[in-house]
Design a protein around this ligand. Structure first.
Ligand SMILES: CC(C)(COP(=O)(O)OP(=O)(O)OC[C@H]1O[C@@H](n2cnc3c(N)ncnc32)[C@H](O)[C@@H]1OP(=O)(O)O)[C@@H](O)C(=O)NCCC(=O)NCCS
Length: 187
């Protein structure tokens, strides 16, 4: 497997494969229900300043994709999107993509990498739950109950730093996770 910058490739076949993978991974209304929307997301990842890394097999078939968006004047990057082809999950490709992206971001001097991961199918213990009036209490006790990606990110050192309740409908929160890429000065 090799990991390459999408910006360095830009060829149509890869863009189509990425759009198909995204559409298949997130077919719901809250994701990319059409190939047109998925394709737009792929093209957006080529915007100036963004980083877009693609995992390819020996035949240049797409295995996975990770993007990062600069925010807070480059002190932080948001990971978006991350997807591994359905038939190649649980083989370490997602971890490798995150590790490679973190390395790129570290080299840019980035302090914090973060992401939002929705729970729209009650895959965590706060899915379907009314978290008011104590949303932070719920965020502290948050865990995956059914293969939610927070378990994947936790294994890679990401911490839950907050939730945004009901943003995908009642009981369907967005969950924010972050990781520090460099030690503070003086440590
Ligand atoms: C989440 C995703 C990117 C993980 O990629 P992957 O290549 O399957 O992950 P890896 O094989 O590198 O897994 C690393 C570890 O995380 C675990 N893991 C992976 N996905 C997991 C999940 N959904 N729930 C719990 N654990 C998970 C693996 O078992 C492995 O554990 P181990 O180190 O103890 O063996 C992939 O499942 C995917 O594309 N899912 C659909 C899209 C998605 O949800 N993207 C994230 C949006 S925020």
């Amino acid at each position: 497997m090799k990991i390459v910058h999408l910006q360095a490739m830009k060829y149509e076949a890869v863009i189509e494969q990425l759009a198909t993978m995204l559409n298949e991974a997130f077919p719901g209304q809250d994701g990319y229900p059409t190939l047109i929307e998925a394709r737009e997301e792929v093209l957006e990842s080529l915007t100036e300043g963004r980083i877009s890394l693609v995992a390819l097999d020996d035949n240049d078939e797409v295995l996975g994709w990770i993007g990062a968006i600069p925010t807070y004047r480059g002190h932080a990057y948001e990971l978006h999107p991350l997807v591994v082809r359905a038939d190649r999950r649980n083989q370490g490709i997602g971890s490798r993509l995150v590790a490679d992206m973190e390395e790129q971001l570290r080299n840019l001097g980035t302090v914090t990498v973060y992401l939002g991961t929705d729970d729209v199918n009650n895959q965590t213990n706060i899915g379907g739950v009314d978290v008011y009036p104590t949303p932070l209490k719920h965020a502290i006790g948050l865990s995956s109950i059914s293969n939610h990606p927070i378990a994947f990110y936790s294994k890679l050192g990401y911490k839950v730093v907050g939730i945004l309740p009901d943003v995908n409908g009642f009981g369907k929160p967005d969950i924010f996770m972050a990781k520090r890429l460099r030690e503070p000065l003086g440590k």
